[in-house]
Design a protein around this ligand. Structure first.
Ligand code: ATR
Length: 274
């Protein structure tokens, strides 16, 4: 490595299981670009010091994952409107020693749906969003921007759903968790943002009802076909798995740091899943 080779990475704690090095490594290799993308294991409390030092070591920017996303936004010198609205940053770019924060999760979510379900539009009917954590914030932002006329938001802890509904405006209404199966009757877009259905977690207990065309998607991508998506497939609904959101959210950072646009392809999917 020389000083002129662009560097980027992903900061988290823990970081060993992050797939981001594989995604960016694939693109660097495919495009034949000089550069390295490395996992950076940074303890809570050390983020500020590390972020201030990285530009001096040749880093163009970093992705940020749990538990640092909110603090990364707070530490940045400037931020995009979308990062502020979501309240967290996942993509930082260093320019002349200053830290610029962005959040590309909303973009990744929408780009994945447009890629895998080209006929889908958010304005075709109400959406049902399950969960009220950080991922839900990005997805609410994306659905509102895409034109969802109404969003029903349900969460195990009802107060968190109500807080998000209050914050994100009057197109969102909180829904009791016990009513999620009933709500699928009228929803045309259904999104799981909880960890339910992930390997080692219980499945999401929901029955998908109704005759109108529906798109069902999950942010969980391990397994690729969660019990929710399996049920949707059996019922002939349009199904989009969560891996594409992870892949698409990586594109803007790669382009900024390494100077060339990157594409989400089936080959990339295979490499990341392997
Ligand atoms: P993230 O930022 O990745 O979205 P999070 O803030 O921990 O993570 O949110 C996880 C989501 O999964 C929450 O909506 C959580 O519900 P609570 O707010 O009630 O904790 C949801 N979740 C996790 N385990 C769950 C379970 N067993 N049943 C229902 N919801 C669950």
């Amino acid at each position: 490595m020389s000083g002129s080779v662009p560097l980027a990475g992903v900061i988290g704690w823990p970081i060993a299981h992050s797939r981001s090095p594989r995604i960016h490594g694939f693109w660097l290799n495919q495009l034949g670009l000089p550069g390295h993308y490395v996992p950076l294991s940074v303890r809570p409390g050390d983020l500020d010091e590390v972020l201030r030092a990285l530009p001096k070591a040749g880093f163009r920017g970093v992705n940020v994952t749990l538990p640092h996303k909110e603090e990364a936004l707070a530490l940045a010198d400037s931020a995009t409107d979308v990062a502020r609205a979501i309240g967290a940053a996942n993509t930082l770019t260093f320019t002349e020693g200053r830290i610029h924060a962005d959040n590309t999760d909303a973009h990744g979510f929408a780009a994945n749906l447009h890629d895998k379900a080209p006929d889908w539009t958010a304005d075709s009917g109400p959406a049902l969003v399950l969960g009220a954590g950080g991922a839900a914030r990005a997805i609410l932002f994306a659905l509102l921007k895409e034109g969802a006329p109404r969003i029903l938001l349900a969460n195990r802890t009802a107060s968190r759903a109500q807080e998000l509904a209050d914050e994100f405006g009057d197109r969102i209404a909180a829904l009791p968790w016990a009513e999620i199966s009933e709500a699928t009757k009228s929803a045309s877009t259904i999104v799981n943002t909880t960890s339910l259905g992930m390997a080692g977690q219980p499945p999401l207990d929901i029955e998908l009802n109704g005759d109108q065309p529906k798109l069902v998607t999950d942010i969980v991508y391990s397994p690729l076909e969660t019990p929710l998506l399996e049920q949707a497939r059996r019922k002939n609904m349009v199904v989009v798995d969560g891996l594409g959101m992870l892949l698409h959210q990586a594109v803007p950072g790669f382009t900024r740091w390494f100077g060339q646009p990157a594409a989400v392809t089936d080959e990339l999917r295979r490499v990341v899943l392997a």
